[in-house]
Design a binder for this molecule. Structure first.
Ligand code: FES
Length: 432
């Protein structure tokens, strides 16, 4: 209940119980209250450019199909047959006019309508309503500059409001060239035995882990990650980003580095300093990215102690072929499942997951999230609560504040001016 959840998440003091990373009941409630009500990233426009293009993904634990409609719009449906709940599409992406369930053969069109039922006449006596048995639609679909999101909750506010301050930072990497970005074909997917929030909160703003966890890969990259001049922002909507101000070329002869340098001035003119940020962000709850490394990703929950990473490589639409290729190689080399950076993170998350699964005493202690408490300020340029250091845990505390508001609110959580005020989350007496 609300009181119990509030006792686990003391975001003000920066004390979080690890129960929220392992308890099956909390995981089940997240499916309803977090993934059932948040705007969740589905795909980028460039992944489904033509009518009847589709991409199969998940919203929380639910499989969904994202489909480009003939009129250019996008719809999303549960990838679940109305007959016995089988997936109606087992491919990961493609182009089709129909989705045929491989269990008994019910067939749906790309608008989700049921258009074919074997033995409709001699088994159903033509009494089955096709109209009432279409695929279940995702209540709301919206996009921001090519990034398509879905929301199961018809009462959720518009996507632009939900993204709030994060839009400024998204613009830095989506709008930095005239023609914008595209996602390269091939989603890389792998599994980690840990809770999805460990990854989401790291991308919110845990740059603090990099010098220790990635010590050996940082030595190899040399100047690319040498800069320490940066900051971080915590956003009231639960999003967070931290950034280094300066992008440095990774290798002298790198075509990607050369391309980045040539476009740098124009990009700065278009969107200012944010064009050059080497950054990490999370859009609450589970959409993250590394704008400087042109990588975006979704953390798909697969149980209290298991999640899948889906990683997408992003390039500028007008980047030359050599730079696109270099971007893809760089993404695999660093952030792929066997990447020199990614494996460090997977090892950390997996070991924490193992401790929480098998330990008992370890679940009773609170984890410490107090870094930087009380040291944020308003910044003249950067929206959100700004911290002057590249390191800080303000974003994580804001993330868990939002998490708590969603978890204990029966209706869509509006942002309260102060916790407990009318119109806000229904926070119980004495909660943080
Ligand atoms: Fe799909 Fe039976 S489960 S046709």
């Amino acid at each position: 209940d609300a009181e119990y959840l509030s006792s686990l998440v003391n975001w003000k003091e920066g004390l979080i119980s690890p129960e929220i990373f392992i308890d099956p009941e909390i995981y089940r409630l997240e499916q309803e209250r977090i993934f059932g009500r948040s705007w969740l990233f589905l795909a980028h426009d460039s992944m489904i450019p033509k009518p009847n293009d589709f991409f199969a993904t998940y919203m929380g634990g639910d499989p969904v199909l994202v489909v480009r409609q003939p009129d250019g719009g996008v719809e999303a449906f549960l990838n679940v047959c109305r007959h016995r709940g089988m997936k109606v599409c087992r491919a990961e992406s493609g182009n089709t006019r129909t989705f045929m369930c491989t269990y008994h053969g019910w067939t749906y069109d790309t608008a989700g309508g049921l258009v074919g039922v074997p033995n409709l006449d001699d088994a159903y006596y033509n009494e089955l309503s096709l109209k009432d048995n279409g695929l279940v639609k995702v209540a709301q679909i919206d996009s921001y500059k090519g990034l398509i999101f879905g929301n199961f909750d018809p009462s959720a506010p518009p996507l632009a409001d939900y993204l709030g301050d994060l839009k400024y930072y998204i613009d830095g990497w989506v709008d930095h060239t005239e023609n914008g970005i595209e996602v390269l074909p091939g989603v890389v997917k792998w599994t980690i035995n840990a809770n999805w929030k460990l990854a989401a909160e790291q991308f919110v703003g845990d740059t603090y882990h990099a010098p220790t966890s990635h010590a050996s890969s940082l030595l190899m990259f040399g100047p690319a990650f040498a800069g320490k001049d940066g900051g971080h922002v915590a956003m009231r909507e639960g999003h967070g980003e931290s950034f280094l101000f300066e992008r440095l070329t990774r290798f002298e002869d790198d075509p990607l580095g050369r391309y980045n340098e040539t476009r740098s001035r124009a990009a700065r003119e278009r969107v200012g300093d944010r064009a050059e940020f080497v950054a990490n962000f999370t859009a609450f709850p589970a959409f993250s990215g590394l704008p400087g490394s042109a990588n975006i990703r979704v953390w798909h929950p697969k149980g209290p102690n298991k999640f899948e990473i889906w990683s997408f490589t992003v390039v500028d639409k007008d980047a030359p072929e050599a730079a696109r290729r270099a971007q893809q190689v760089s993404a695999s080399f660093t952030e792929g499942p066997a990447g020199v950076v990614e494996t460090d993170d997977g090892e950390n998350w997996g070991l924490i997951g193992h401790i929480l699964e098998h330990g008992h005493q370890a679940r009773k202690m609170a984890w410490n999230y107090e870094m930087g408490r009380g040291h944020t300020r308003e910044h003249e340029e950067f929206p959100g609560e700004y911290g002057d250091s590249f390191f800080g845990e303000d974003g994580q505390r804001a993330f868990y504040r939002r998490w708590l508001e969603f978890m204990i609110s029966k209706t869509w959580p509006t942002i309260p001016e102060e916790p407990g005020k009318p119109g806000g989350a229904e926070l119980p007496e004495g909660s943080p």
